[in-house]
Design a protein around this ligand. Structure first.
Ligand code: NDP
Length: 416
C-alpha cells in the first residue's frame, strides 16, 4: 500500500487539509482559520496550497523622491519600521527630497562552461556576438516588442576548469528572471552544439550590479537636535555610526538590516521577489571583498548628506504582481507606473529608514522608540484582546522594561 503522503499535490484541497489535520490534531477553530484565509487565486501561485498568510500593511508618509510625493505601502510584521521610515522621509523632504538615479537597468545571467579554452571561447563569442544576442532575443521575442532585448555578452574565466559567459538583458518592465533564463538556456544549447563543450548550467545571476539605484538625501543639521544634543552633534554621531559600518562587519550587517527593513517591506507590498532583492543587496555590500554598510553619511557644511548605491532587481509586471490583487492597489497608492519609479521609491525608503535608525541609535538608543511601539505587540502576543489593548497599554507605559509576565499580571487585574 502506498504512503498516504505520496502524490500529496494531486489530492483535493479537502483531502490535503484532512491529512494534515489528522496528523497534527488541528482543532475546528484552527481549521476555520485556515479556511477563512484561503484564497484560491493566490493559492495557484504555490504548490500544496493551504491558505494565505496575512501580514500587516501600513503606509509611509512624507516621502519625496526627485520632487514627487509618494505614499509607500509597506508590508511588515515589525512594529516601529513604518513610523521610523516616515520619520526619516520627513527629515529628508526638503526641496526635491531624496534624489535617485538609475544609470542602467540590465538583468544579468550566466552560462557556465566546463573544460573549455578561454581564448577559444572568447574569440568565438567575439566573432559571433550578434548571433548570440539574436539567439537570445529569438528565444523570447516578445521582449523586443516591449522595447527590451539582449544587449551585452562577455566571457570570464572562473578557474582553469570553468568559464562564465555573461549575458546582460534589458527585460523591460519585468524583473526578468524567467525571460533571461529562457534566453540563457537557448544560448547554452547552441554553444554546446557549436563548440562541443559541456555547459553546467544556464541561469540568471542575482548579483544585480547592473540595476543599481544611486540615492542621495540631505537634512539640515539643525533639524536633528535631540533633547540632550544639538543638531551638529547628532549629525556628527550619525556620520560616525556610518563610518563604523564601513569598518566592521558586525556593525555593517545590522546597519544594512536597518536599510532592508524598509526595502523589503516595500518590495513585498509591490508583489516582488524579496529574496532576489535581499541577496543582491548583501552581495553588493561585499562587492569589494569586504562586507560594508550600503550607505554613508557625512556632515557637509550645515547639512548631513547620505549616499547609497543599492541594487533593486524588481519588476512592475510579471511574477506575482498581477496575481495578488493588492499589488495593483499598492502601486496606485504609491502613484508609480513603471519599474524605474518602483525601484527609486524602494531605494529611497531604504535611505529614509537608515537615517531614522541611526538617529535613534546615536541619541535615545533604539529601545526607547522601538519598545514604545513594540508594547502593542507585547500585549497582543501575551493574550490581550483588541478591546483590552488601551487599558493594558496605559499601564505598560508606566512600567520600565515590561515583559510578558507584566502583561499577564495586568490582564489578570483587568479581567477581575
Ligand atoms: P514573468 O515571466 O512572470 O513576467 C515576464 C513576462 O511579462 C514577459 O515575458 C511578458 O510576457 C510579460 N510582460 C508584459 N508587459 C511587459 C513589459 N512591459 N516588459 C516586459 N515583460 C512584460 O516574470 P519575470 O521574467 O519577470 O520573472 C520574475 C519571476 O521569476 C518572479 O516570480 C521570480 O520570483 C521568479 N524567479 C526568480 C529567480 C531568481 O531570482 N533567481 C529564478 C527563477 C524565477 P508576454 O511575452 O507573454 O507578454
Amino acid at each position: 500500500m502506498g504512503n498516504k503522503w505520496d502524490h500529496f499535490y494531486k489530492k483535493s484541497y479537502a483531502q490535503r487539509l484532512q491529512l494534515i489535520a489528522d496528523l497534527v490534531g488541528l482543532s475546528d477553530a484552527q481549521l476555520q482559520l485556515i479556511h477563512q484565509n484561503e484564497d484560491q487565486v493566490s493559492g495557484e501561485l504555490v504548490e500544496n496550497n493551504l491558505t494565505s498568510y496575512p501580514l500587516p500593511e501600513g503606509v509611509v508618509t512624507g516621502l519625496i523622491v526627485n520632487g514627487r510625493h509618494h505614499l509607500v505601502p509597506m508590508v511588515t510584521e515589525e512594529p516601529s519600521v513604518i513610523a521610523a521610515a516616515s520619520n526619516g522621509a520627513k527629515l529628508l523632504s526638503a526641496g526635491e527630497g531624496i534624489h535617485c538615479a538609475i544609470p542602467e537597468k540590465l538583468v544579468s545571467g550566466q552560462v557556465i562552461v566546463k573544460h573549455a579554452e578561454i581564448k577559444a571561447v572568447s574569440k568565438f563569442v567575439e566573432t559571433n556576438r550578434q548571433q548570440i544576442l539574436n539567439i537570445a532575443n529569438q528565444s523570447h521575442p516578445s521582449i523586443l516588442k516591449y522595447g527590451g532585448g539582449a544587449q551585452k555578452v562577455a566571457v570570464r574565466e572562473l578557474s582553469p576548469t570553468f568559464l562564465s559567459l555573461d549575458l546582460s538583458v534589458d527585460t523591460g518592465e519585468a524583473m526578468g528572471a524567467n525571460i533571461i533564463n529562457t534566453m540563457l538556456e537557448a544560448i547554452s544549447n547552441w554553444l554546446s552544439d557549436q563548440l562541443q563543450v559541456e555547459t553546467t548550467m544556464a541561469i540568471l545571476s542575482n548579483f544585480a550590479d547592473e540595476e543599481v539605484v544611486e540615492v542621495t538625501g540631505q537634512v539640515a543639521v539643525a533639524k536633528l537636535a535631540s533633547k540632550s544634543l544639538d543638531g551638529r552633534q547628532v549629525a556628527q554621531r550619525i556620520a560616525d555610526a556610518s563610518e563604523v559600518a564601513q569598518l566592521d562587519v558586525k556593525r555593517a550587517t545590522t546597519h544594512n538590516k536597518g536599510i532592508m527593513n524598509g526595502v523589503d517591506a516595500a518590495v513585498i507590498a509591490f508583489g516582488n521577489d524579496w529574496r532576489a532583492v535581499e541577496s543582491a543587496a548583501h552581495a553588493f555590500a561585499a562587492r569589494q571583498g569586504v562586507y560594508k554598510g550600503l550607505s554613508t553619511w557625512q556632515v557637509v557644511g550645515d547639512q548631513l548628506v547620505g549616499e547609497m548605491a543599492l541594487p533593486v532587481p524588481i519588476g512592475f509586471v510579471g511574477g506575482a504582481s498581477k496575481v495578488l490583487p493588492l499589488v495593483a492597489v499598492n502601486q496606485q497608492i504609491a502613484q508609480i507606473h513603471h519599474s524605474q519609479d518602483e525601484m527609486q521609491v524602494i531605494a529611497a525608503v531604504g535611505l529614509a529608514q537608515n537615517l531614522a535608525a541611526l538617529k535613534a541609535l546615536v541619541t535615545d538608543g533604539i529601545q526607547k522608540g522601538h519598545m514604545a511601539l513594540q508594547l502593542k505587540s507585547l500585549a497582543l502576543s501575551n493574550g490581550a484582546t483588541t478591546q483590552e489593548l488601551p487599558a493594558v497599554l496605559a499601564q505598560l507605559r508606566q512600567i520600565a522594561n515590561p515583559n510578558s509576565q507584566t502583561v499577564k499580571e495586568i490582564l489578570k487585574t483587568i479581567r477581575r
